[in-house]
Ligand binder design. Structure first.
Ligand SMILES: Nc1ncnc2c1ncn2[C@@H]1O[C@H](COP(=O)(O)OP(=O)(O)OP(=O)(O)O)[C@@H](O)[C@H]1O
Length: 242
C-alpha cells in the first residue's frame, strides 16, 4: 500500500521573476493544513501549481507518482481546487452547477449539496446567491468530485463569522477523508482549525508548525506588525497592532 501522502517540492517563476523558491512540504489525511502569509507571498500561486493551472519545476507526488506528469483530466480525479470566488454571471441552477464538476454523478451531487445545507435550494439560480452562499456551492461542487485532495483559496473571505465557522467545520470533518489544504488570511480562524500551519513569505516557507507552537514574534517579522498570542479557555487568540 502506498501511503496517502502528498509530497511537494517545487519552484515557480513568472518570466524572470521567481515567485516560489524551493517550496517543500508534505500533507496527509487527518490534518487540516493552512497556508498563511502576507499579500503577494505566493499562496495562490502555490495552489495553482499544485492543481496544474501553472507549470512549476519540481514534483507533486501523491501515492508515489507525480501529479504534474498527469494530463489535466486525469489530475482532476485526484485534486480539486476551489478558487477565490465571485458570483458567476451564467444562469445555472445550484444543482446543475455542482453537477458540472468533473466526474460528479447525481448521487455525489445530492450528498454534497446536503452536506453544505443547500439541497432544498438546488433549483435556485447561482446568479441570485450571496457571496457566502456561492462559496458553499463551490465547496459542494468540489465535494461532488470525490477527489482525494482538496485545495481551497481563502474560502471564508466573503463570509460572516457564522458562515465562516460553518465552512471551517465542514473542512474539519472532511480532513479524515481527503487531504485538505486551505489558504487563509484570518489568522484566528487558522489558529482555531488548522492542525498545521505553513507560513509562506516572499516565495519560501518561513515557518512551519502547529498552531500551539506559533509565537507572536514569528508573525511580527513576516507581517511587520506587533503580535501577541494568548490562551483563553484553551483556545489561542491573536492580538495585533501596528
Ligand atoms: N499572472 C501573473 N503574472 C506575473 N506575476 C504575477 C501573476 N500572478 C501573480 N503574480 C505575482 O506573484 C506574486 C505572488 O502572487 P500570489 O497571488 O500567489 O500571492 P498571494 O500570497 O496569494 O497573495 P494574496 O494574499 O494577496 O492573495 C505577486 O507578487 C504577484 O504580483
Amino acid at each position: 500500500m502506498h501511503e496517502r501522502t502528498l509530497k511537494v517540492r517545487l519552484s515557480f517563476s513568472y518570466g524572470e521573476r521567481e515567485i516560489l523558491k524551493n517550496v517543500e512540504f508534505s500533507a496527509k489525511k487527518g490534518e487540516l493544513l493552512a497556508i498563511i502569509g502576507p499579500n503577494g507571498a505566493g499562496k495562490s500561486t502555490l495552489l495553482k501549481c499544485l492543481v496544474g493551472i501553472l507549470k512549476p519545476q519540481g514534483e507533486v507526488k501523491f501515492n508515489g507518482f507525480d501529479l504534474l506528469q498527469l494530463k489535466p483530466k486525469e489530475r482532476a480525479r485526484f485534486v480539486t481546487y476551489v478558487p477565490q470566488s465571485s458570483v458567476p454571471e451564467f444562469a445555472f441552477t445550484i444543482e446543475e452547477f455542482v453537477e458540472m464538476g468533473a466526474y460528479a454523478t447525481r448521487g455525489d451531487t445530492e450528498s454534497a449539496l446536503k452536506r453544505v445545507g443547500l439541497w432544498e435550494r438546488r433549483r435556485e439560480f447561482v446568479t441570485n446567491l450571496s457571496g457566502g452562499e456561492y462559496q458553499l456551492v463551490l465547496i459542494a461542487r468540489a465535494l461532488a468530485q470525490e477527489s482525494e485532495i482538496i485545495l481551497l483559496d481563502e474560502p471564508t473571505s466573503h463570509l460572516d463569522i457564522n458562515h465562516a465557522l460553518q465552512i471551517m467545520e465542514i473542512l474539519n470533518a472532511l480532513k479524515d477523508e481527503k487531504i485538505v489544504i486551505v489558504v487563509m488570511h484570518d489568522l484566528n480562524l487558522a489558529l482555531k482549525y488548522a492542525d498545521r500551519l505553513l507560513l509562506l513569505n516572499k516565495g519560501t516557507i518561513e515557518w512551519e508548525g502547529t498552531p500551539s507552537s506559533l509565537r507572536g514574534d514569528i508573525l511580527e517579522n513576516v507581517y511587520g506588525i506587533k503580535a501577541k498570542i494568548v490562551e483563553i479557555d484553551g483556545a489561542s487568540l491573536l492580538i495585533t497592532s501596528l
